[in-house]
Design a protein around this ligand. Structure first.
Ligand code: UFG
Length: 346
């Protein structure tokens, strides 16, 4: 029988791509999303790509009663992938309580309901932000690297949620959890039907870059060229969202097949390669043929100088590996931006 997975935040950027990959792998998907940062028509897009319409419920995970209604309606749910969260680092500094309330309560509510509704496992979206700036000898960073004090309330919610999961599972709750620490997810589905949809002026590099390339923004600011890196710009581990989505499928299979050896397992999900902002810009120009207007600007407060992941554990234990190139990821992001223009969205 097909397993049914609840995907919270399933109409969002990573959630929608993961829903596609779960369906491709033979899972049924129930999406819940409060649509605070995404649109219901993403469900149509998912159906267009896979030919299967996922169930969709407009529910906020912070609403315990409504959430329980979903478990009552779909008693076949065996696993959860929890994406639903507020994710803007800058906004979290301005509105910390919104971030603590949303991001902590939604996880707590899910955990509360899991044993009662016989849900085996949960996959939690965490972030390499928990490592802060790793010491140079710890790069590429492994899962054992020390957790550093969070730079923002957003980052802190990731750390606290990891601890909540550990404490709950170790209290004897009969559930398993896999924590995935993402590096920098980029790109969009190659069909151009679903993709990253930032609200307002993008804070992240790729949407800002593609919006500049298409003429919505006049110029991309490169935040700093005086860092201790080969070209002076910051280094990140950019992972194509399709690869990231597949990591969730591998993690979910491990849980539903009961193959996890620890009740809480943690994996880095990245490519293992560090790429600088300037390298990324030049790769974009090369693979799309578009000349990008950019300038060097002062450093952005709170930025990490360099971080990229050691992903051996995910490669070996999950049997998962990022296979797409940076060129493919950037071309897909550009394709998506052009599709948005064709559709008159922006
Ligand atoms: N950058 C620019 N110009 C821009 C935007 C970004 O030069 O207009 C640079 C940044 O300085 C950084 C790199 O591009 O060096 C990537 O920046 P992003 O904002 O895209 O991503 P971050 O690495 O800062 O943060 C991301 C997510 C966070 C998450 C973090 C670690 O946005 O939610 O990765 O996982 F916490």
């Amino acid at each position: 029988m097909k397993k049914t997975i609840l995907v919270t935040g399933g109409t969002g950027f990573i959630g929608s791509h993961t829903t596609v990959e779960l369906q491709n792998a033979g899972y049924n998907v129930v999406i819940i999303d409060n649509l605070s940062n995404s649109k219901a028509d993403v469900v149509d897009g998912i159906e267009k790509i896979t030919g299967i319409r996922p169930a969709f419920e407009q529910v906020d995970c912070c609403d315990l009663e409504a959430l329980e209604g979903v478990f009552n309606k779909y008693p076949e749910i065996t696993g959860i992938i929890h994406f639903a969260a507020s994710k803007a680092v800058g906004e979290s500094v301005q509105k910390p309580l919104k971030y603590y309330e949303n991001n902590l309560l939604s996880l707590i509510n899910l955990l509360k309901l899991m044993p009662k509704h016989d849900v085996k496992g949960i996959i939690f979206s965490s972030s390499c932000t928990v490592y802060g700036q790793p010491d140079p000898e710890n790069l590429p960073v492994t899962e054992q690297a020390p957790i550093k004090k969070a730079e923002s309330p957003y980052g802190n919610t990731k750390q606290i949620n990891e601890e909540i999961i550990q404490d709950f599972v170790h209290s004897g709750a009969n559930i398993s959890a896999i924590i995935l620490r993402y590096f920098n997810p980029i790109g969009s589905h190659p069909s151009g039907i679903i993709g990253e949809m930032p609200n307002g002026v993008p804070a992240n590099l790729i949407p800002y870059l593609t919006q500049t390339a298409i003429g919505i923004r006049p110029c991309l600011k490169v935040f700093g060229d005086d860092y201790d890196t080969p070209d002076g710009s910051c280094i990140r581990d950019y992972i194509y969202v399709l690869d990231l989505a597949k990591a969730h499928v591998a993690a979910m299979a491990r849980i539903v097949e009961g193959k996890n050896t620890d009740p809480v397992e943690i994996y880095n999900v990245g490519t293992g390669n560090g790429v600088s902002v300037l390298e990324l810009i030049h790769t974009f120009e090369k693979c799309t043929g578009v000349k990008l207007n950019y300038e060097i600007a002062p450093r952005r407060e709170g930025d990490i100088e360099k971080v990229w992941g050691n992903v051996d554990k995910a490669n070996k234990v999950l049997g998962w590996k990022a296979v797409h190139t940076l060129e493919e990821a950037l071309s897909s992001a550009w394709n998506w931006q052009q599709k948005l223009r064709e559709r008159g969205v922006m």
